[in-house]
Ligand binder design. Structure first.
Ligand SMILES: C[S@@+](CC[C@H](N)C(=O)[O-])C[C@H]1O[C@@H](n2cnc3c(N)ncnc32)[C@H](O)[C@@H]1O
Length: 183
C-alpha cells in the first residue's frame, strides 16, 4: 500500500514545482492562490521582486496571452541564476537584472507603478521581505502587496500601517500574506 503521509504536506511545501521545467520556489497551493488572486482582484500587472530561476515569471508570462491586458515584470539581483529555458525565451526581457534596493531597482519599480495598467500586485520574495513590503507600500498608491515566507520571514508585526490585510479563501495553507494599499 502507498504511504500517503509525505503527500499530505506536499502541496503546502515550497519548491519542487516545475510546470515549464524551471523550478519555482512556491508550493502548488501558493501558485493556485496567486492565480486565484489575479482573477479575483482582476490584476493587470504582476510584479515579482526576486525571480530566482524565473519559473514563476515564465508561468505568469504565459497567461499574458489569455488574460486581457495582463503583464508580468520581475527583478533579479543575480541573473546568473536564471534558468537556460527562461534565458532562451521571449519572456527573458521581462526580468530586469538589478538590485531592488539599489537606485536602478527603485526606479524600475517606480516606473512600473506609474506606467502599468492597474490593479497592480507586487510579490515580495527577495532577501528582506519586511523591508521590500515597506518600500512597496510607500511607493504604491493603490494596489496589492503579497509577501512570501509568512510567518517565518514576514510576520503580522511587519505589516505596514498604511496597508490593510486581506483574507482570501486560498491563502490558508500557503505562506503568502496579502495586503492592500489604498481604498
Ligand atoms: C526565494 S528566491 C525567489 C523565488 C521566486 N520568487 C520563485 O517563486 O520561484 C529569492 C531571490 O531573490 C533574489 N534577490 C535577493 N536580493 C535581491 C535584491 N536586492 N534584488 C533583487 N533580487 C534579489 C535572490 O538572488 C533569489 O534569487
Amino acid at each position: 500500500m502507498t504511504n500517503i503521509e509525505p503527500y499530505k504536506t506536499m502541496p503546502f511545501s515550497c519548491g519542487g514545482v516545475w510546470p515549464h521545467g524551471i523550478p519555482i520556489s512556491q508550493s502548488w497551493a501558493s501558485i493556485g492562490a496567486i492565480f486565484s488572486l489575479i482573477h479575483t482582484y482582476k490584476i493587470k500587472t504582476f510584479v515579482e521582486i526576486g525571480t530566482d530561476q524565473g519559473g514563476l515569471g515564465y508561468l505568469l508570462s504565459t497567461v499574458e496571452s489569455s488574460i486581457d491586458g495582463f503583464r508580468y515584470h520581475g527583478i533579479e539581483k543575480y541573473p546568473d541564476k536564471i534558468h537556460e529555458t527562461m534565458n532562451k525565451s521571449e519572456f527573458r526581457k521581462k526580468i530586469f537584472d538589478g538590485d531592488f534596493f539599489a537606485e536602478d531597482g527603485q526606479t524600475w519599480l517606480e516606473e512600473i507603478l506609474i506606467n502599468s495598467t492597474k490593479p497592480i500586485m507586487v510579490l515580495c520574495d527577495n532577501g528582506n521581505k519586511p523591508e521590500e513590503v515597506r518600500i512597496v507600500s510607500e511607493k504604491m498608491k493603490l494596489g496589492y502587496i503579497l509577501s512570501h515566507d509568512y510567518p517565518t520571514e514576514f510576520k503580522e508585526t511587519d505589516q505596514p500601517e498604511n496597508t490593510k490585510r486581506i483574507e482570501n479563501a486560498w491563502l490558508p495553507g500557503t505562506n503568502l500574506y496579502l495586503m492592500k494599499k489604498g481604498k
